[in-house]
Design a protein around this ligand. Sequence first.
Ligand code: GRF
Length: 198
Amino acid sequence: MSLPVNLAVFISGGGTNLQSLIDAIKAGRLSAKIALVVSSRKDAYGLERVRGEHIEAFVYRPKDYPDEEAAEKTLLAMLEKYQIDYIALAGYLKLMPSLLIGKFRGRITNIHPALLPKFGGKGMYGHHVHEAVIAAGEKESGATVHIVDEIYDHGRILLQKKVDVYPSDTPESLAERVLSVEHQIYPEALQNLIKGNI
Ligand code: GRF
């Protein structure tokens, strides 16, 4: 693998983490080229962010294919077409097919809006995470970048950063504080992973 590596970013929504990766690449902080953005929704705002950036976008919805195998084969063919080296999940709300996890073992990352292993696992996404953190009376939360394996929010932790939780916090105010930390650590963790593997 040579630098810059080819990165695919998977999104389902606003894509602010995708934006932080685009910005880090432009600033020379991430030795990657976003060769493909995969979205599970055709109306994801993140798709707007790649317009004018010369980044290919692909809307991937398994229900558009006759069966699971056909869907996964199509996705894999797209990743091969764009010679993808690494996959960064950035707010992607669908399960990664195990076929892909096997093919890209150790080269798929995810960002989670809490300090894993706390507040992770099935159903722990978006506002649910921040609600649970506040309900548990936690004094701190944060963001975690980790390797993706077959179990939700389980793989090796690459980088974490903490934020304070205030008594006055709402899930929205906490989400905002955590998100700004996500934007710092995702490019940094990816750069470390890429450099370490070369
Ligand atoms: C982030 O909070 C991320 O941790 C989680 O989903 C959210 C995505 O936000 N996995 P965005 O689409 O990157 O703005």
